[in-house]
Design a protein around this ligand. Structure first.
Ligand code: PMV
Length: 318
């Protein structure tokens, strides 16, 4: 049997992280320049039920049965097996690789889960709908993060720009003008589960303050959707600045992110903000196509550990 391969893109949150956990709207886009890949091949020489998982990025080479039950790859595999009602897997090897930086706000965890879920289902002769894939990936995120909003698994499964509000059907978005973004990494690993829990603690201590902050972020996401769909990069940039200021008040920025955000503004970006869980990971800057290289180089010269450019094209969605 030939190997089965599935892959999934990274993602970046343009507006609304953290507030989205509290049912405010948010906007996210796929980042196709980075991807997670899962390859499954049969290992006929092994006994049925023998599943080997190889993930060099996290120095993993082990039998499924020897791994902890809450290991993310184990959760993804077992989720598919339970969903399909399979009692015993054929002997197989699952290889996972990813160019998406880990714990950096680019959705590496969700992308790996989605690639694994798709590859395993296909290997077992099933085609899952996007809705099923997204829901299985959400279950993995829940076991890992406790209270994920669902934005990561949704944007990565559908690989489209989305306007997302918890508890409501998501909507795909179409930019009316090409938009160029620079994504720059502080190099600081910051697990999303930690910042999400810290925000939960702060919210529980000061609910009125945090509800107001989340309302303000939600309002920005609504305005941003309008600006995105009506071709106003300057306005989008200003909204990113406002969103970053609110994320600072929410308590999820850090000096390194603030420094890169200021640097991007000084280099002529329309706007910049942290993206994702915060306290490290990536920031994102909206730039003109002409200024993209300059902003990227200035960010790299000012402490960013790596940077990529991505764009949103009006035709990305049919
Ligand atoms: O996975 P990250 O780091 O891009 O963060 C996800 C966004 C949060 O709003 C912080 C959490 C969530 O589940 O929505």
């Amino acid at each position: 049997m030939p190997a089965v391969i599935a892959s999934a893109p990274g993602k970046i949150i343009l507006f609304g992280e953290h507030a989205v956990v509290y049912a405010r709207p948010a906007i996210a886009i796929p980042v196709h320049q980075v991807r997670a890949k899962a390859t499954i091949s049969a290992t006929p020489t092994s006994q049925s039920g023998e599943v080997r998982i190889i993930a060099p990025d996290i120095q993993l080479d082990a039998r499924l049965d020897d791994l902890p039950a809450d290991q993310p790859l184990v959760l993804a595999v077992r989720g598919v097996v339970a969903h399909l009602g399979i009692t015993r897997l054929p002997a197989l090897t699952l290889r996972v690789s990813s160019s998406i930086p880990i714990a950096a706000g680019l959705g590496s965890g969700a992308a790996v889960s989605i690639a694994v879920i798709r590859a395993l289902a296909a290997f077992l002769g099933h085609t899952l709908s996007n809705e099923q894939v997204s829901s299985l990936a959400f279950t993995v995120e829940q076991r890992l993060h406790g209270i994920p909003s669902g934005i990561d698994n949704t944007v990565i499964t559908y690989a489209q720009p989305i306007y997302f509000q918890r508890g409501q059907p998501f909507q795909t978005l179409q930019a009316s003008t090409p938009l160029t973004f620079i994504i720059a990494d502080t190099g600081i690993h910051s697990p999303t589960a930690q910042t999400v829990m810290d925000v939960r603690t702060a919210w529980a201590a000061q609910p009125e303050v945090y509800e107001k902050l989340f309302d303000a972020v939600g309002q920005i996401a609504r305005q941003a959707r309008f600006a995105l769909e009506n071709g106003a990069p300057e306005e989008l940039g200003n909204l990113m600045k406002e969103n970053h200021a609110l994320l600072q008040q929410i308590g999820v920025s850090c000096p390194e992110l603030d420094h890169l955000v200021r640097t991007a503004h000084a280099a002529g970006a329309y706007g910049a903000k942290l993206s994702g869980g915060g306290r490290g990971g990536n920031m994102i800057a909206l730039v003109s196509a002409e200024n993209a290289e300059t902003v990227m180089n200035v960010l790299l010269a000012s402490g960013a550990k790596s940077a990529i450019s991505t764009s949103l094209q009006p035709l990305e969605q049919d």
